[in-house]
Design a protein around this ligand. Structure first.
Ligand SMILES: Nc1ncnc2c1ncn2[C@@H]1O[C@H](COP(=O)(O)OP(=O)(O)O)[C@@H](O)[C@H]1O
Ligand SMILES: [Mg+2]
Length: 397
């Protein structure tokens, strides 16, 4: 087995300084889980045949299987089957698997005495679960290891553990040690793969987190890669003949702008063809506009804000193909932002509201989400593109 220089650093630290809490935080696919699999096994091996309990925590049982157990099986060369108590046996000890995403997850580990724990993707776990697991690791010599992708810098995993790296107990024992991983640290990924990931990752927060592994919140405008000199397109330059599918996004609004956008797709490139954005309009207005689009473009999907189910039902009654949009904010923004970064999303230049919003839509540095202003057309775009991206025919890396 070969390790990356960063992984060697982590393993040396575990072997020599042996911190009570060891954290690998950083970029996706940078090699964090891989090294902690070995660290976890080495730790369990120290207690070989003792029949002790260990905790393996992840957000769901499925993610534990996918992220950790499958790789442990490869390393150990044997199948790891969960028994009735969701436990597996390794080196004569029991490893209990717990899903820790929910607020009451901590109750499952109550009363446990563990000789060690591996928490996979720690920010996906509930804070009380993380803290309960750590306090359950009371057997002499118990160790806790965690891996995580970065999130908001105020996240408890960062503030309570990572920021305390280097902390020692009174007897000099290293208590917490955190390592930061960047994508470049994984020297086993091909240069081509790394380059393509870098080229498609949106600038700003997404790049800083996913590539550099930094705990940053968003700042400034959300769509940093939108370039008005490149991404506005004249109506006559839209390759209408090449467009193979059309779809719409709908954001309901009254005081705020309501918005319907029409988007066309040609071989993985997207064109915003029509923007309807209006204040103080009743549902009848939106139905009429949507029916006009249906008349011109056929029965195409309208991905709608699900916050007004009565409006979605009304669309359906009118014979419109209305679908509740997937409204996951960060994931949706990331998909739209990637399209701008890769020059795969063009906006017809006669839009009005979009032109205002795109430069006014900014991150709230404290919440880690965008400020809920100047977001009406941009939300309908996000609903459309992100919901569409979850369909199998979305041509987009
Ligand atoms: N030392 C290594 N040798 C071979 N492959 C590795 C090594 N470290 C990581 N990998 C591979 O790189 C990919 C990403 O590693 P992983 O540990 O899952 O990243 P992360 O947990 O940071 O997302 C995986 O396919 C993993 O098997
Ligand atoms: Mg991982």
């Amino acid at each position: 087995m070969q390790l990356t220089p960063k992984q060697i650093e982590v393993f040396r630290c575990f072997a020599k300084e042996n911190p009570k809490i060891l954290i690998c935080s950083g970029a996706k696919r940078s090699g964090k889980t891989f090294i902690l699999d070995y660290v976890f096994l080495s730790h369990i091996a120290k207690f070989e045949g003792k029949g002790l309990s260990f905790i393996l925590g992840g957000s769901t049982q499925a993610s534990i299987r996918r992220n950790v157990l499958d790789d442990l099986e490869k390393i150990l060369g044997k199948e790891l089957k969960l028994d009735k108590t969701n436990a597996i046996e390794i080196f004569g000890n029991k490893i209990y698997c717990f899903d820790g995403a929910n607020a009451d997850a901590w109750k499952k580990v109550r009363g446990f005495t563990a000789a060690g724990a591996f928490l996979n993707e720690a920010t996906a776990l509930h804070d009380t679960f993380v803290k309960e697991v750590i306090s359950r690791c009371s057997y002499p010599g118990a160790r806790i290891i965690m891996d995580t992708n970065p999130e908001n810098p105020m996240h408890t995993v960062k503030v309570d553990y990572i920021d305390k790296t280097g902390q020692r107990l009174e007897d000099g024992q290293l208590n917490i040690k955190a390592f930061n991983f960047t994508l470049d640290d994984n020297v086993f990924l091909s240069c081509e793969y790394i380059e393509s990931i870098k080229l498609s990752t949106p600038s700003g927060m997404f790049y800083d987190r996913d590539i550099l592994g930094q705990w940053v919140s968003g700042e400034g405008v959300v769509y940093k890669d939108f370039n008005q000199n490149k991404h506005f397109i004249r109506r006559c330059d839209i390759p209408t003949k090449e467009i193979t599918s059309y779809f719409c996004g709908v954001d309901w609004g009254y005081e705020h702008y309501g918005s319907i956008v029409l988007i066309g797709e040609a071989s993985g490139t997207y064109y915003l063809i029509k923007e309807i954005a209006k204040q103080h309009q009743e549902i009848d207005f939106w139905v009429e506009e949507a029916l006009k689009i249906k008349k011109d473009y056929g029965s195409i999907p309208f991905y709608c804000d699900s916050a007004r189910p009565e409006h979605v039902r009304r669309f359906k009654r009118e014979g419109l193909w209305a679908i509740n949009a997937d409204k996951a904010v960060l994931s949706g923004i990331e998909v739209v932002a990637k399209l701008f970064k890769q020059d795969k999303f063009y906006i017809v230049e006669d839009v009005k509201r979009f032109k205002e919003e795109i430069f006014m839509y900014v991150w709230n540095e404290h919440s880690g989400e965008p400020v809920k202003l100047w977001d009406d057309v941009l939300d309908s775009i996000r609903y459309a593109i992100y919901s569409k991206s979850k369909g199998s025919n979305f041509k987009f890396k």
